[in-house]
Design a binder for this molecule. Sequence first.
Ligand SMILES: NC(=O)c1ccc[n+]([C@@H]2O[C@H](COP(=O)([O-])OP(=O)(O)OC[C@H]3O[C@@H](n4cnc5c(N)ncnc54)[C@H](O)[C@@H]3O)[C@@H](O)[C@H]2O)c1
Length: 886
Amino acid sequence: MENYKLFINGEFVDAADKKTFESIDPGTEQPIATIAQAGKADAEAAIAAARKAFDSGVWSNLTPVARMAKMQDFADQIAQQGLRLAATECMDSGQIMGLAKFGPLLGIGLLRNLSLAAATKFPWEEEIPISGNVFAPGRDFIRREPIGVCVGIIPWNFPMSMAFWKIAPALIMGNTIVLKPASYTSLSALIIAEAAKAAGIPDGVVNVIAGPGGELGKTLCTHPAVDKIAFTGSTEVGREIMRMASETVKKVTLELGGKSANIILDDADMDLAVEGACFGTFFHQGQICESGTRVLVSAKIYDKFLDKMKKRAEALRIGYQMDPNSHMGPLVSKQQLATVERYVKIGKDEGAELITGGKRVEVQGIKGGYYYAPTIFAKVNNKMRIAQEEIFGPVVCVIKFASDEEAIAIANDSIYGLGGGVFSSNIARAERVARGVRTGTMWINNYHIFADFCPFGGYKQSGVGRELGLPGLHEYTQVKRIHVAAIADHKANMTFQLMSDYKKVDGFSYNCPTNVVAGHGALSAIYKAMADLKCRRALILTDPGVRKAGLADLVKDALVDFCVGIYDKIPADPDLASVDAATEAARKLAADCIVSVGGGSVIDAAKGVCVTLKNGGKANDHLNLLVLTEPQTPHISIPTTAGTGSEVTNAAVLTSTGAGRKLFIVDTRIMPNVAILDPRFTITMPKGLTVATAMDALTHAIEAMTSTMANKICDGQALQAIRLINENLPLVTADGKNEKARLNMQIAATLAGWAFTIAQVGLAHGMAHTVGILHHVPHGAACGIVLPKVMRYNVDHAADKLALVAQALGVDIAGMKEREAALAAADAVEALMKKVGHPMRLREVGVQEENLPICAFHAIADTAVLFNGRPVNNPNEVLELYKQAY
Ligand SMILES: NC(=O)c1ccc[n+]([C@@H]2O[C@H](COP(=O)([O-])OP(=O)(O)OC[C@H]3O[C@@H](n4cnc5c(N)ncnc54)[C@H](O)[C@@H]3O)[C@@H](O)[C@H]2O)c1
């Protein structure tokens, strides 16, 4: 009789208290080996060894490729031990030789396949191209790192395979392990430990300790130095392990019990289905967690099927597990035999019909052994205990069903969800049934088939997590996110600003790629723009007003044969449905370029169309910030108002009826490729629109300068925009046909658009957005009315900038203090508004006084307000500003 010892820290050792126990051959009831019986001290020693090995980095710091090389050596050692492993497993566990001989082969495959996958396919490090946090620019990436010390606790049904299932992924992913085999079947795991040692796996990386569960299990599952428990066994013990592991919040994966349904549809190949039902249940004496122990059979074939299944079960040969003729060997232990006998009695008492088996079997020439006949219960109701509780023996319940739906319902009427099967000659039908069953694995026209790259695990109370395949490897790592800030400057950090007084940023990143072509006749550049963009099918997007002014047709003529149509149904403040309709038109015409001819409404709708055309779906799918990773459908924009700057900005403002407000797509990749500023397109603007849109542009420019994101490039753009507006707005209001002044206004709007794209805006925009949504006040008009009030509100936070604004507005600030000059800027804005006949009060544009408090509450939460130079946290202050503007 052989003596086996514990494997701790690379050495085979006796138990600290020298205790041993015997392993019994279940086919003869004879002892075959003595094994050192681990106690608490041994478990602690094994954990300490695993901890030390992990923390030293001797294994965890190896590259996956280096670990793969070691795992290949390990696999070679298993190959050398193959016959010994198989024979020992066979005698120790009662597995028939035909099955046990595959154990080493499967183990070798697992070690090699999974280590290769970890070295070549596993995503150890992954860039996150878009973080989804627009306030924290930088690089974000994921690292997957080993968890640490893993404990594997495995059952007695497949001792060798389960040892590989725990050791292989733990080691391959860089962890160390303490493995505890079931006390009935410890031998193969200890031989595997010998192979690990011979392969030169560093000391402490693999530890195997044998002994009964209770005390050992408690030590392993509660020890603070253990990071993860991977358990395979009964649901009852799984619950207890989870409970114990919760004390120190260990990661837990559990592969637990099952009561899987093997569904035989009426169109199944009868011989195949009978074979599948018997193999699914009686293989390895039914001691397999995913066994199909509830055979659900269509009422149409029930009698015939049952008859055939009974005959097949009775033909199975039960014998000593080493006898090559045996189909079935003994149960693993006396206790398991008693459990099976108890359940057979329960089944009979519950009224199920025992049609074969239900008794022990004596094997000729052998005294003793835990042999039991394949047992079939018919007339089983799914509510019976034999249909609900896991028996773990060769006992099957055959249950009748009337329809596929009923079969799925019965299959799902279980606390378990581990395996299952469907037999049918119609694969589509079988797949529908397979999808309906809530379980971790479904086999169609097959059963008990495993593969290294196919994950295995349970739904419901059958487990947590998955083993095998890439999902199984993930279970042995944890995820670390690393963020590297784009700008290492405390003043530039938008999040830190929440807790600091620094509101001005020196560093910035500037990216405004639109090609701007400006001047009288700039429209003729469109033909070359199309060629440069490699486009041949332009769809013109416009609105009815602009169409009526003849501007869209002007563009059509310039495009010559590059134009596939004019779509003129874009409404003002476009909603998502109008973007979808325009997208549909573009799809139908196979447009490869969008040419927007209109104000901000048309250009923004066109941006939405370009994103939706490129990415599919509907406009609503793309209301996101900074998520685009590729160029969008090419877009040439021709603004017909001089206000929003949308022809160069990174924003599309779209009305969502679902949200009841305007939402955004914001992304550098939606900036139009080309913007054509041709004064012929704004000359037709009526005076009111000219003034209101100019105030939009002026507000963009001034708020860009006073925002927390203001920077030197944007300041330059904004100041030039302010100068141009101050000089040219009176000219265009006096004479709408003044082409030069019109062009200057267009350039001002574009400059202001660029400025606020990078530098953002502020409180005036937040207040204008709010009265726009709640009172339908045109954006530019609302901006103009509140702008001077907001400038005065910001004066102590942006006096330097506002003094520059005053100069740009033509104020002679010589001799003025900075603050005085800043206040003069606000006065100058009001003077300009008066001069050009802009409304001065909110009451003039339809706002009701009683609504001002609600506006104040809304405005404070507007995104634009986040960037206001002076922090805005008090709605009463905003209400005061609204009152001043009223
Ligand atoms: N994307 C951005 O960066 C950005 C910035 C600010 C505002 N916006 C959005 O832009 C929209 C406002 O745009 P807008 O102010 O340019 O107005 P608009 O595009 O809504 O046009 C207003 C009206 O003026 C008419 N019109 C436009 N140009 C004309 C012309 N040359 N001759 C005669 N009629 C003409 C149109 O037919 C329309 O009826 C709002 O929805 C706003 O939310 C976008």
